[in-house]
Ligand binder design. Structure first.
Ligand SMILES: Cc1cc2nc3c(=O)[nH]c(=O)nc-3n(C[C@H](O)[C@H](O)[C@H](O)COP(=O)(O)O)c2cc1C
Length: 365
């Protein structure tokens, strides 16, 4: 037999009638399927234990997971091959903790809200691939390292050092948040996996057969930065100086856990990752905010050829780049689209950031 324990959040305010409806269907179905357990509701949190024959538990949980009355289902534990039920007497007991006046329920309410808060915090700080493993009840340290074909993205906020040096902390963090918010949302919309935040940048990756997703995410975030700068054109608005570059490279990476028992990181490594980082660096001189390598270009053209999609903006060769210690120069490509052009003079940007810093601190020269 199998037992699954999870927590989730209401996806919208649910009335007592809504909760009764869930309870009713659970009691009916679970009796039919030989499932037992308990469902606790508290504020906007569900906590459920579901146990029974493996196949029945899996079938029921698959329905529950898809239910749009709740979201952010986070599995706390999956117990396989259990011999005895814990909740033999009930079909499915539903406990509305908000309603209960039993003083014994107070610590349970406290426990549940602490548990939910801890998991929401964990969600924000944990690499996505590791989180997925935890949410599915697995052990992230057991994920085997392997070689994979990936499109790797590096995004960098231009002149971040000058920003941090010159601007008041609240302004610098506000700009940093806008940068991360825009870029991370664009990556998430295209199903990219965020590997790490580097302080003033992001490393993310996609399966190489979705290189198009990586390019779309890059174009979307760069367009949004462009619009944000245009909307923030007043002289003392720091957002008008928010510029970023994106580098993409496609190829084989080693994906998996690295580190030790003291500190673990789940990430991708290898030449493709180094190339993506260098191409991001190349955006400073290339005159384009998006630069990618030839294998990314080939993947994109392969995808276009196999889909019926109308031709998107043309891909353009913009130069060559010889990396240190490499025989062959890497060809640099971009998407020929006006918003991706950047003619930033980095020295002038640095000066502007400093001058604005003086204004923001109320100093005048
Ligand atoms: C928090 C939560 C817990 C649920 N628990 C159960 C359950 O234990 N058993 C069950 O059959 N359905 C449960 N449901 C409802 C299922 O998601 C789904 O609506 C239902 O199983 C569909 O049953 P039907 O096909 O008989 O209409 C739960 C839903 C929510 C939101």
């Amino acid at each position: 037999m199998k037992r699954i324990t999870y927590i989730s959040n209401f996806s919208r305010p649910l009335s007592l009638d809504d909760l009764d409806a869930i309870s009713e269907v659970s009691i009916r179905n679970n009796k039919r399927d030989g499932l037992t357990g308990a469902l606790f509701c508290f504020r906007n949190i569900f906590y459920q234990i579901l146990e029974g024959e493996e196949e029945a538990v899996d079938r029921c949980f698959a329905r529950i997971e898809k239910d749009d009355r709740h979201s952010r289902v986070f599995i706390l534990e999956i117990e396989e091959d259990i011999e005895r039920r814990k909740y033999g007497e009930w079909e499915m007991r539903t406990v509305m903790l908000d309603e209960s006046t039993d003083p014994l329920m107070r610590p349970i309410r406290h426990l549940l809200s602490t548990l939910a808060n801890t998991h929401r915090t964990l969600e924000r700080y944990t690499p996505q691939r590791v989180l997925r493993e935890i949410q599915m009840g697995g052990s992230p340290d057991q994920i085997q390292a392997r070689y994979e074909e990936r499109t790797v993205m590096f995004v960098d906020l231009f002149r971040s050092t000058s920003i941090f040096e010159s601007w008041p902390v609240d302004v610098a963090t506000m700009v940093l948040h806008r940068f991360y918010d825009t870029a991370l949302n664009a990556i998430q919309r295209e199903q990219g996996i965020v590997s790490k935040l580097t302080g003033d940048g992001i490393m993310a990756y996609w399966p190489a057969n979705n290189a198009g997703g990586a390019v779309q995410a890059a174009i979307a975030m760069l367009q949004e930065f462009d619009e944000l700068r245009k909307r923030s054109a007043e002289k003392d608005n720091p957002l008008r100086l928010l510029h970023a570059g994106v580098g993409l490279a496609t190829g084989r990476v080693l994906e998996g856990n690295i580190g030790s028992s003291v500190h673990m990181d789940y990430t991708v490594l290898g030449d493709t990752v180094n190339t993506a980082a260098r191409l991001e660096g190349a955006t400073r001189k290339a005159g384009w905010s998006l630069v990618f390598d030839e294998s990314t270009k080939n993947r994109l053209q392969g995808m276009e050829a196999s889909s019926q999609a109308s031709a998107s903006a043309p891909i353009r060769l913009i130069g060559r780049f010889r990396a240190k210690g490499k025989e062959d120069a890497v060809k640099l490509y971009t998407v020929d689209q006006a918003t991706l052009r950047n003619a930033i003079d980095h020295e002038a940007l640095r000066q502007e950031i400093r001058t604005l810093g003086q204004v923001l601190y109320g100093k005048t020269k």
